[in-house]
Design a protein around this ligand. Structure first.
Ligand code: ADP
Ligand code: GN1
Ligand code: MG
Length: 371
C-alpha cells in the first residue's frame, strides 16, 4: 500500500468513528511494536482541542479483531464499574472506547483493516525507560491493582487473542523450528545466542509444570506489562491507567510481574546495542516487588510470590527468544527501524537473563522480605 492509500484509509476510519468536534488533523504516535497508533485532534465548539487515540489493529498478530474488541469492551466496562464504586475517575483510570457512528467497537475499512479508537488520556505520560525509581514503583502498584481489580472477572468469557502467548515451551518449539529452517541464512551469525537458549532448555518448562501440578493458578492477566503500557499522572505521579489491553487473557500473575521486570529493571533500553549499558538492577527489582504486591492487595498465593524471580527470568528469556526467532524469520512480527534491531533486542534480554542468574539468591531474598 502506498503512503497516499494508507492516508486515505486513516481518513476513512476517522470519518466513521463518532468523534466530537471539527476534525483538525492526525499524526503517528507512541512507540508500540505491534499496532499503528495515531493521535487525532478535534476542535470543540468552545475553541478547545480534544485528542483521541486511533489505532489500526495488527491483523497479522491478532487474527480475531472482533473477539479482541469484545474482550476490551468487557474488561473496560467491568473496570469502569469498579473504579466508580471506589469513587475514582473512570474517564481517566481506564481506557474508554470511542465507538463508530453505528455503535460498534471497531471499524473495518474498505480493504479489510481494523481500526479502533480511545479517548486520549490527557495530563499523563508513558515512559519508555525508568527515569526514577518512584515512577517504576508507581507503575508496579498500577499493574498490581489491575490484577486485583480483575481477580473476579469471568475469565471464561475472554477470547484467547493470541493462542499460547506466554506458553514458553510452545515458544521454544517455534524457536527451534526457525533455527532449523533458517530461511534468511542468518543462523551462522547467531550461534552464540542459539546456544544461550539451548542451555536453558529445562528452565523453560518450570511455570507450565507448576500449573499442570496445580500449584500455579490461571488468572485474568494483562500479559504485556511493560512500562510504556501504563500512564503516569503528571500531577500525582501515580500510575493512573493501564493501557494496551489487546492481550488481556487468562495467564500467570508471575508473568505479569516478570514482564515488567524484563523491561523496567534494566539500566538500558530494550534495544541498546552497547551491552555494557544494560544491567539488571536489583534496586529496581526490589521497588517493583514492593509496589506490585501492594497493588495486588493480598490476592496472590505464597507460591505465586515465591515464583516472582522465575517469572522475571522466564519473561526475559522468552522475549529474547521471540526477538531471535523474528530475526531468523526475517523480522515479520516486531516493528524494526534498523536491520539488526531484533538481534540487538535479543542480546539485551539475554544479558539481563545472565545478570538475573548471577543475582538469583539476592532476588529471592528481596521477595522473601515482602512475602
Ligand atoms: P502497541 O500495542 O503497539 O504497543 P499501545 O496500545 O500500547 O500499542 O499504544 C501505543 C502508545 O500510544 C502507548 O505506549 C501510549 O504512549 C499511547 N497511548 C495508547 N493509548 C493511549 C491513550 N488512551 N491515551 C494516551 N496515550 C495512549
Ligand atoms: C510487544 O505491543 P507492545 O509494543 O506493547 C509485544 C510484547 C513484547 C514487547 C517487547 C502483542 O509489545 O509481547 O513483550 O513488544 N506484544 C505483542 O517490547 O506481541
Ligand atoms: Mg504498548
Amino acid at each position: 500500500m502506498t503512503r497516499e492509500e494508507y492516508c486515505s484509509r486513516i481518513e476513512e476510519a476517522i470519518g466513521q468513528i463518532a468523534f466530537e468536534g471539527k476534525f483538525i488533523g492526525y499524526k503517528p504516535y507512541g512507540n508500540g511494536h505491534i499496532n499503528d497508533t495515531f493521535v487525532v485532534n478535534f476542535q470543540q465548539e468552545d475553541g478547545s482541542d480534544r485528542r483521541y487515540i486511533l489505532q489500526r489493529m495488527n491483523h497479522d498478530t491478532f487474527k480475531n479483531p472482533a473477539g479482541l474488541m469484545e474482550n476490551i469492551s468487557g474488561v473496560t466496562e467491568f473496570l469502569k464499574k469498579k473504579i466508580e464504586e471506589n469513587n475514582g475517575d473512570s474517564s481517566r483510570e481506564t481506557l474508554n472506547i470511542v465507538r463508530t457512528k453505528d455503535g460498534k467497537d471497531y471499524f473495518k475499512d474498505s480493504i479489510g483493516s481494523y481500526w479502533r479508537s480511545y479517548v486520549f488520556i490527557e495530563d499523563a505520560v508513558c515512559f519508555d525507560k525508568v527515569e526514577s525509581p518512584e515512577d517504576f514503583y508507581n507503575s508496579a502498584t498500577a499493574f498490581g491493582n489491575f490484577q486485583y481489580l480483575l481477580s473476579d472477572y469471568p475469565a471464561e468469557t475472554l477470547h484467547e487473542t493470541i493462542p499460547d502467548f506466554h506458553n514458553t515451551p510452545a515458544r521454544f518449539e517455534n524457536f527451534k523450528k526457525a533455527v532449523e529452517a533458517d530461511i534468511k541464512g542468518r543462523r551462522a551469525e547467531v550461534e552464540a545466542e542459539i546456544a544461550f537458549v539451548m542451555e536453558r532448555d529445562a528452565f523453560m518448562y518450570t511455570l507450565m509444570d507448576a500449573y499442570k501440578e496445580g500449584s500455579l493458578p490461571l488468572r485474568v492477566t494483562h500479559n504485556d506489562t511493560k512500562l510504556n503500557n501504563v500512564m503516569i499522572d503528571n500531577q500525582s505521579g501515580k500510575g493512573i491507567c493501564v493501557i494496551d489491553l489487546d492481550t488481556v487473557m487468562p495467564g500467570f500473575s508471575v508473568n505479569d510481574f516478570g514482564d515488567s521486570i524484563r523491561f523496567g529493571a534494566s539500566t538500558g533500553d530494550e534495544d541498546e546495542p552497547d551491552l555494557s549499558k544494560v544491567n539488571f538492577s536489583l534496586e529496581l527489582f526490589d521497588i517493583y516487588t514492593k509496589g506490585f504486591l501492594e497493588g495486588c492487595k493480598g490476592r496472590l498465593t505464597e507460591k505465586e510470590i515465591y515464583l516472582f524471580p522465575t517469572g522475571a527470568k522466564m519473561m526475559t528469556l522468552e522475549c529474547g527468544m521471540r526477538f531471535l526467532t523474528d530475526y531468523l524469520q526475517g523480522d515479520t512480527y516486531f516493528r524494526i527501524h534498523r536491520e539488526t534491531h531484533n538481534l540487538d533486542r535479543c542480546r539485551t534480554q539475554f544479558k539481563l537473563v545472565s545478570d538475573m542468574e548471577k543475582n538469583w539468591d539476592a532476588m529471592k531474598t528481596v521477595v522473601d522480605k515482602y512475602r
